[in-house]
Design a protein around this ligand. Sequence first.
Ligand code: ZN
Length: 264
Amino acid sequence: MNNPATTLTCTQCGGELHPDEGQIFLVCPYCSATVYVDKRRVVFHWSVAPTLNADQATAALYRWMSGSQTVKDLDKKSQITGRDFQYFPLWYFKFGSKDREETALEPAAATSVSELANLNIPAGDLRKYDPALDAESEPPSVPLEAALEWFRQAHPQAEVRETALVHVPIYIFKYAHRSQTYTAVVDAASGNVLVNIYPAKDEMPFRLVGGVAAAVYLCIASIPVMGAFSGSDGLGTGLLICSGAGLVAAPFLVAWATWVASKV
Ligand SMILES: [Zn+2]
């Protein structure tokens, strides 16, 4: 059975590959490149090494929670309810010219955190996929063709120069805040936190303070205008009342704004 149409060749050395039925992760017997077989297509298979252990990943999540993007004291008011480690599969596309090479990622498996496609993977971090990682690796469930289609929609002019499958190490956290459960992913290589939905800082109170301040000053500013209409000395008196009222109102508005900032 040596049908040339079904012969697969190694991406690196061009050697003939003969995967077993259903085998998707391969090591080339000639050059020991690690490759992935998607239908009849062979692409390089890489992985990225983790640099954070579970405790360091948890610490990275807490740092993000106590930061300025999230609701105040999220780190103290939420509870971590789950933590999982895995190698998550991403399709990796290299495109652009030789002098200006760019890369793009598309998820190769279903995920609620689409931000994963925004991971930054320096080319130098890519290493040969080790079959020892199989137990912790999620196999790709998004076909390469589908990912290529997404890529072409996002980059209509680009010509793909290289395609690969990359398994990246991540910690998936579940945490509860006000009886809602959220998902956060910590990139175990960089420590970056990736989220789609999270308890964000509420901006409504700030808009309210701004709106009231504007209304108060509009009111105050109208006093001299009304004074000018009411008689000969009206404008002068109005200006005096206006500046006085402005000075009185300012500290109250500032105090209110400070109070809001401390609560949200
Ligand atoms: Zn080879």
